[in-house]
Design a protein around this ligand. Structure first.
Ligand SMILES: [Zn+2]
Length: 161
C-alpha cells in the first residue's frame, strides 16, 4: 500500500515536472518575441527623439546639426537629447551609435522618404534595423528588405561607426 501511494506521488511529480518543462519551452519563443518587440520599440523611440531634437536644433540655431561630426554632442549640449537616446538598446558598445546618411551637409526636403539616420541592418539580433526619415517617422526594416543604397554605404564606410 505504501509503495503504491509512493508510486502515485512519483508519477504525479514526474507529470508535473514534464508539464512544467513543456510549459516553459512553449513560453520561450513568446518571451523572445516580446523582448524583440520591446527593443525595437525603444530603438524607434530613440531615433524619433533624435529626429525631433535635430528639428528643434535647426529651428533654434538656424543650422543643420548633421553637417557636423559632433552632431550628437551638440544635441546633448543643447539639452535636446540624452546620452542614452544615441544607442540602440541591443548595442552594448559605448562607441556605437546610429549612422548618419550621406550627404549630411544640408537638410533634405521634407518628402518623408529621405533617410537621416540608420543602423546596421542586423542590429536587432541579425533580424532587422531601424531607419529614421526626415519627417521623424521610423521604420523597422528586415535584413532582406534593407534599402540597397544604405547597405552600400555601410559596406563602404565599415559597419561599426
Ligand atoms: Zn536598434
Amino acid at each position: 500500500m505504501a509503495s503504491g501511494s509512493r508510486k502515485v506521488v512519483l508519477i504525479l511529480t514526474a507529470t508535473l515536472v514534464i508539464a512544467g518543462l513543456g510549459y516553459f519551452f512553449l513560453w520561450i519563443p513568446t518571451m523572445r518575441r516580446a523582448r524583440y518587440f520591446a527593443v525595437v520599440t525603444v530603438c524607434s523611440s530613440n531615433l524619433r527623439a533624435i529626429g525631433q531634437a535635430i528639428q528643434h536644433y535647426e529651428a533654434a540655431y538656424h543650422d543643420w546639426p548633421l553637417r557636423y561630426d559632433d552632431w550628437d554632442r551638440r544635441l546633448i549640449t543643447a539639452g535636446l537629447i540624452e546620452e542614452r537616446d544615441l544607442r540602440c538598446p541591443v548595442r552594448k558598445d559605448k562607441n556605437y551609435h546610429y549612422h548618419v546618411a550621406s550627404p549630411p551637409t544640408t537638410r533634405p526636403a521634407l518628402t518623408g522618404n529621405e533617410v537621416l539616420l540608420f543602423e546596421d541592418p542586423n542590429a536587432h539580433w541579425g533580424y532587422s534595423g531601424n531607419i529614421l526619415y526626415v519627417d521623424c517617422h521610423v521604420q523597422s526594416i528586415k535584413l532582406d528588405n534593407y534599402p540597397p543604397e544604405l547597405l552600400k554605404w555601410i559596406t563602404a564606410k565599415g559597419s561599426s561607426q
